[in-house]
Write a protein that binds this ligand. Structure first.
Ligand code: HEM
Length: 263
């Protein structure tokens, strides 16, 4: 009795699986599905390659990578973590932009509202701050990793230079974000920073003037730092990262330290 019951339920299960497979096959053959996924069906090497080529997100990786370079020890995933932190910064930054007004005295009031009035405001603001601090550290560690693996050597020297601009961009993002809360800490930190810029030979004072929109830190400086922080530098970073990742591929994938030691 029990045996026939279990045989019956096994048959029901296999019929269920068969129905699901049929449904998937009908779906995959439909014109809507084929307009979205152009790599066909089946499990051939060609189809697997096409899947990667045709998907925007998967396309970040090349179709073929050396298995060794995927190991944690190869990169410590530091470049990827830098990118993840930038994405967190962009998302939380956009959320903060819904509340923050770059004007005096609204800027300071909005920061206080974010902390004490807006639901999850404190969480979003702190997430933005911690991601910013972490990004400076992680990008620096990524640079050290590249250096100690000798991955800056030809043919990767151009990508190293792109990386230097990315490091400068990361530091500038932190610096321009500093003024935005318009509190005492921000005001005096930016005062010290822009005064230091002013000491650069020949063009120092001019750059300081352009940055502040005058000779003192006030409403002009706030709006300039805001536009640099929310638009100009992030846009430049996105473009540089696109070139950076594209170059990793064009330079023959990630450097393979083991292979170099052998040669
Ligand atoms: C926002 C900052 C940055 C992001 C998002 C980023 C992202 C990445 C990613 C995802 C990779 C491939 C995987 C990995 O190595 O983890 C990579 C590789 C590389 N990065 Fe960066 N990077 C940044 C900054 C830098 C800096 C500051 C330098 C050097 C000054 C640099 C130089 C390189 C080089 C030379 C490679 C190729 C490494 C190899 O072939 O082993 N990058 N980067």
């Amino acid at each position: 009795m029990g045996e026939s019951l279990s045989r019956g339920s096994a048959r029901n299960r296999s019929e269920g699986v068969e129905k699901m497979v049929n449904l998937y096959q009908r779906l995959a053959a439909s014109s809507v599905w084929r307009s979205l996924f152009r790599s066909g069906t089946g499990d051939s090497a060609l189809r697997r390659s096409l899947l990667i080529y045709n998907a925007l997100i998967l396309h970040i990786h090349p179709v073929k990578v050396r298995r060794r370079t995927l190991a944690f020890r190869s990169t410590y995933y530091l470049g990827g973590i830098s990118l993840l932190l930038l994405i967190i910064l962009v998302v939380t930054g956009i959320l903060l932009m819904f509340y923050y007004r770059p004007a005096i005295p609204e800027a300071y009031q909005d920061m206080k509202d974010l902390e004490f009035v807006v639901t999850s405001g404190m969480f979003i603001r702190n997430m933005h701050r911690w991601a910013a601090h972490s990004m400076v550290i992680v990008v620096f560690l990524h640079m050290l990793r590249v250096f100690f693996h000798g991955a800056y050597r030809p043919p990767r020297q151009f990508n190293w230079v792109i990386g230097v601009f990315l490091l400068i961009g990361t530091l500038l993002l932190s610096y321009t974000g500093y003024l935005l809360p318009w509190d005492q800490l921000a005001h005096w930190a930016v005062n010290v920073g822009t005064n230091m810029v002013g000491y650069a030979p020949v063009i120092g004072q001019k750059i300081r003037f352009y940055l502040l929109g005058g000779h003192q830190i006030g409403a002009n400086a706030l709006i300039r730092f805001y536009v640099l922080h929310c638009v100009v530098i992030p846009a430049a970073m996105v473009w540089l990262i696109a070139v950076h990742l594209w170059r990793v591929r064009k330079d023959g994938g990630l450097a393979d330290p083991i292979k170099r030691e052998e040669s």
